[in-house]
Design a binder for this molecule. Structure first.
Ligand SMILES: [Zn+2]
Length: 323
């Protein structure tokens, strides 16, 4: 977060940074705004603290855009800021990310555990979700995914810390877009409600392989076409960089339509919506939503961050072109 601040302050002529909320433990949630173009694009990331590639890939993207650096030996054309206005919330859940960094030094997961043994699998899921199995005897998330202060106290009394997929308030933001219990979710909704984005993309990092989902289950007609077109541009960019991903026609995110999901709320704004899951290097093929392909392999940390950088670049460019 310090690097995002430094980057924005160094380029205060091109970029504004605002603290839009604080987590329950007092960590800031930042939003950056760049550009003056008519096409309004929002990119969110870091809703789940155990998913580090999005925030870091966005840092590389913004550095390339503002400082003209070339991370991953690739530049970003700054002229997109004339046709598009970008709002970036790079780390929606800083409390979860801080806990993740404590558990996984270097903020990288999965492949850092030597061997995907049963013990390592348990450790990984326990870190990400902690109280879920304790209270509900399952790792499968069920709404509202909001632990009460009593439950958190009971959990912490056992010597545990709150899982890194949750906010400091014990909430999985994925389920919070209708009832809005979290200050982090409320701030994001207020910001996006005022910004009225044409396009929203949210970067996650928990599936295998990397995949961009489109159209959403809520979209039809021109909106569905736009989502598929944006997804196609991202796939093309991954292909050009030889980054492994699910190289098939995009499919909708495999979740039913529910009012508490983020994409349901983004659609109320009229925004084309993309959910992108970067391969975190974790062979979690047991997740029903994952569709592992033959020959797929875990990404390296660098490849995972590059995948987020490339997706942000391709999305911003294509969205700017369609203004
Ligand atoms: Zn996620």
């Amino acid at each position: 977060m310090t690097r995002f601040e430094q980057l924005a302050h160094t380029h205060s002529d091109l970029c504004r940074i605002n603290e839009i909320a604080r987590s329950a433990s007092g960590l800031p949630v930042y939003a950056l705004r760049l550009g003056t173009g008519a096409r309004r694009v929002a990119i969110l990331s870091g809703m789940h603290g155990c998913e580090p590639s999005g925030p870091r890939g966005l840092l590389a993207f913004l550095d390339a855009l503002l400082s003209r650096s070339a991370p991953f030996e690739a530049t970003v054309d700054p002229s997109i800021l004339q046709s598009a206005t970008l709002v970036v919330i790079p780390l929606l859940n800083p409390g979860g990310a801080a806990r993740f960094a404590m558990h996984f030094p270097g903020s990288w997961h999965g492949t850092q555990l030597q061997g995907w043994t049963e013990a390592n699998r348990q450790r990984f899921f326990a870190e990400g979700n902690e109280p879920l199995h304790f209270f509900f005897s399952t790792w499968v998330k069920q709404p509202p995914m909001h632990f009460t202060p009593d439950q958190i106290a009971q959990w912490e009394a056992g010597g545990n810390v709150l899982g890194s997929s949750l906010t400091d308030g014990g909430l999985d933001m994925w389920f919070d877009w209708a009832e809005t219990h979290g200050d982090e979710t409320r701030a994001a909704k207020e910001l996006l409600g005022g910004f009225r984005p044409h396009v929203v993309a949210d970067f996650h990092n928990f599936m295998f392989p990397t995949e961009v989902f489109a159209p959403t289950v809520y979209s039809q007609g021109a909106l569905a076409w736009l989502e598929e077109s944006l997804a196609g541009a991202i796939q093309e960019a991954w292909r050009a960089r030889r980054l492994p991903f699910r190289d098939r026609p995009p499919r909708p995110y495999p979740k039913p339509a529910e009012p508490y999901y983020e994409d349901a709320w983004f659609h109320k704004l009229g925004a084309a919506t993309l959910i992108i899951e970067f391969n975190g290097g974790m062979p979690a093929t047991e997740g029903a939503e994952c569709e592992a392909l033959p020959g797929e392999r875990p990404l390296t940390r660098r490849e995972s961050l590059e995948s987020a950088f490339v997706a942000a670049t391709a999305l911003a460019r294509r969205a700017a072109e369609t203004s």
